[in-house]
Design a protein around this ligand. Structure first.
Ligand code: ATP
Length: 308
């Protein structure tokens, strides 16, 4: 029989998987437009959709871990049309910030404002129609590529193709005999990581979102795929307000503002240049990533390069 210590060891061995499962279920909730916590349907709608987001002294604790404050007094702004990059060590709270913008959870204290209005009073469904998230490991459903791009919206074939072209997906999709009707997943074709990401970008674009949330992939894609994904992402970012969890120097270099999140707090903020010149935690982080080899592209290696 299992004694207490064994049970504990067993449970903690499951904990990692459990956390992964929690992560996965969040993505699926996202895809299915469901809301674990925020359910106040029918709140206010602002026309036209404002693209300014302000975090004001936001603190947050996950309901499942009441003893750990994950975000502490976070304040920052996303100005319309700007790109804000979140960087920082693993577990610092970057994804949690994104989760809060998506309104999977509500802050314990402080406010998140959209166009100067507290998000708590806004209609979550209306809000979600205007934002898209491209995650690091996009979840594709076991259905056609077309359905994976539209997922529930009534986009026309023309709109679907347009989104796929913009995200560099049209070309590989049309190499399949059944084109957009090709099944993906267990019973269908297996897509590469880069192809999955491009389908996910097409899915994000079909919504024509005002705000784009991105979690840049850390896993290295092959050079060709990497280039196609990067190009698709750059195109998707154009004219939108973007919050990106950044892993590439080329992204942070172009960001309007870089915010370093460490242990749930804003450790530093500024442009890439400013933060490198400052020689603080950001610079250390960049140097550490360089020596750990987690910066992948050629441009990443030369931190002083003026461009890509
Ligand atoms: P990474 O770069 O590794 O993705 P991160 O900076 O995005 O990390 P978060 O994922 O926001 O960090 O995690 C911040 C803290 O919150 C961590 O301690 C993490 O274990 C915890 N956490 C994340 N998601 C949940 C959840 N759904 N329930 C409980 N705790 C969570």
């Amino acid at each position: 029989t299992m004694n207490v210590a064994m049970a504990f060891a067993f449970l903690s061995s499951l904990y990692g998987d459990f956390m992964k499962a929690v992560g996965a279920s969040i993505s699926i909730f996202n895809l299915m437009d469901r809301v674990p916590e925020v359910t106040n349907e029918g709140g206010e709608k602002i026309q036209p959709f404002p693209c300014q987001v302000d975090f004001k002294n936001v603190s947050f604790t996950y309901p499942s871990r009441p003893d750990t404050k994950v975000l502490k007094d976070i304040t920052f702004s996303m100005k319309p049309g700007s790109v804000v990059a979140l960087v920082g060590p693993s577990g610092g709270g970057k994804s949690t910030i994104v989760n809060l913008i998506e309104r999977f959870y509500v802050p314990d204290t402080g406010n998140i404002m959209l166009g100067g209005v507290n998000m708590a009073g806004l209609d979550p469904q209306w809000f979600r129609k205007n934002i898209s998230m491209v995650s690091q490991e996009p979840v594709l459903f076991a259905c056609s590529i077309k359905d994976n791009i539209t997922y529930g919206t009534d986009a026309t074939d023309e709109e679907i193709e347009d989104a796929a072209r913009q995200s560099n997906a049209h070309e590989f999709i049309t190499t399949f005999e059944e084109g957009y009707d090709t099944l993906v997943g267990e019973r269908g074709v297996r897509l590469s990581g880069g192809q999955k990401q491009r389908v996910a970008i097409a899915r994000a674009l079909i919504m024509n979102p005002s705000i784009l949330l991105l979690d840049e992939a850390t896993s290295a894609l092959d050079a060709e795929s990497e280039h196609l994904v990067k190009e698709a992402i750059d195109r998707a970012m154009e004219g939108r307000t973007v919050l990106v969890i950044a892993h590439r120097l080329s992204t942070v270099r172009n960001a309007s503002e870089v915010i370093v999140i460490n242990k749930g707090e804003v450790a530093e903020r500024g442009t890439h240049e400013e933060l490198i010149n400052k020689g603080g935690v950001y610079k250390k982080l960049v140097l550490r990533q360089l020596s750990a080899g987690t910066l992948t592209t050629k441009a990443d290696i030369n931190i002083n390069a003026a461009d890509d």
